[in-house]
Ligand binder design. Structure first.
Ligand code: F6P
Length: 326
């Protein structure tokens, strides 16, 4: 156990994700168990710069495991991108005698931690919290499962109305530059086609596929579109494809609905495991690592690899989805 770490700070950063509260709870309770003083930095790196740092107790994190969003609030800080901002942030941590930080967030948040830890000697541990699931070194990020469930529920509802009117729906989901949400929503929602950034979709092939479905009297269809794909957004694709088809075409953007809501059981368990592992890793002397889960085992990956390396879509999943949609 590292002798030097007595006071640690936890914060959430970037887009909120369901399960972040469960992770905060696990961090606070594990740290308290080890007699550490635990502080919350409010509003992510913005709050670190502003010195918005407050003591957290076991009771502060009571009754939050089931709540979406983040009790610590979050931000995408422009000032932290600047050296001058990071200097003020470091001074805030010094003023509160913070020995180490736990950051719950995604790629941008870990990039901030990676840069900061090179400039200043404060150990960081990252907990992957983003609905996008786009971090290398973990099979799942906190919030992904809930977001996919929310999107599938939306697709189920769209199927009802699409079926009733014989319509073709293009449903756009989030994911930034990654297609994990789209792929899983498409498979779980029984989509006719899935368009993701990781695979180039040929617009002519898509038209042919949808025409073929229409010919075999498939009365409606749902196409899932990942926001980061290269063909365009759902409205643009619908415009190009819709003209040539017998279906009436509609577009739905699920948007921020995917980010809110009570975390799923899987996300609560994942967040609890990772929060616990983050404190444990700090105490074992690890720094500038991300805690993740690979094949259901807790694994540490350097923050550098987590942000720089690309997580691949599981082999064969898209092909499987195409066969199941026939
Ligand atoms: O990273 C999470 C995410 O929801 C992405 O899927 C999306 O592209 C982005 O954040 C939206 O960010 P904002 O809420 O700042 O518009």
């Amino acid at each position: 156990m590292s002798k030097n770490i007595k006071r640690i700070a936890v914060f959430t950063s970037g887009g909120d994700a369901p399960g972040m509260n469960a992770a905060i709870r696990a961090v606070v309770r594990t740290a308290t168990y080890h007699n550490l003083h635990i502080y919350g930095i409010y509003r992510g790196y913005e709050g670190m710069i502003a010195g918005d740092i407050r003591r957290l107790e076991t009771n502060t994190v009571g009754n939050i495991i089931h709540r979406g969003g983040t009790i610590l609030k979050t931000s995408r800080s422009k000032d932290f991108l600047k050296k001058s901002g990071r200097k003020i942030a470091y001074e805030s941590l010094l003023a509160h005698d913070i020995d180490a930080c736990i950051v719950i967030g995604g790629n941008g948040s870990f990039t901030g931690a990676h840069v900061f830890s090179k400039e200043y000697n404060i150990p960081f541990i990252g907990i992957p919290g983003t609905i996008d699931n786009d971090l290398y070194g973990t099979d799942f990020t906190i919030g992904f499962d809930t977001a996919v469930n929310t999107a599938i529920e939306a697709v189920d509802r769209i199927r009802d109305t699409a079926d009733s009117h014989n319509r073709l729906f293009f449903v756009e989901v989030m994911g930034r530059h990654a297609g994990f949400i789209a792929l899983n929503t498409g498979i779980g929602g029984g989509a006719g086609s899935i368009i993701i950034p990781e695979k180039t979709t040929n617009i002519e092939d898509l038209k042919r596929l949808l025409k073929k479905s229409a010919k075999r009297k498939k009365l409606f269809s749902v196409v899932i579109v990942a926001e980061g794909n290269k063909l365009g957004n759902a409205a643009e694709i619908a415009e190009i494809v819709g003209k040539e088809l017998d279906y009436e075409t509609k577009v739905t953007i699920i948007g921020h609905l995917q980010r809110g809501g009570s975390p799923s059981g899987a996300d609560r368990v994942l967040a609890s495991r990772l929060g616990y592992a983050a404190v444990d890793s700090l105490l074992k002397g690890h720094q500038n690592m991300m805690v993740g889960v690979l094949n259901n085992q807790i694994v540490l990956t350097s923050l550098k690899d987590a942000i720089k390396r690309t997580k691949k879509v599981k082999n064969g999943l898209l092909e499987m989805a195409e066969i199941l949609a026939l």
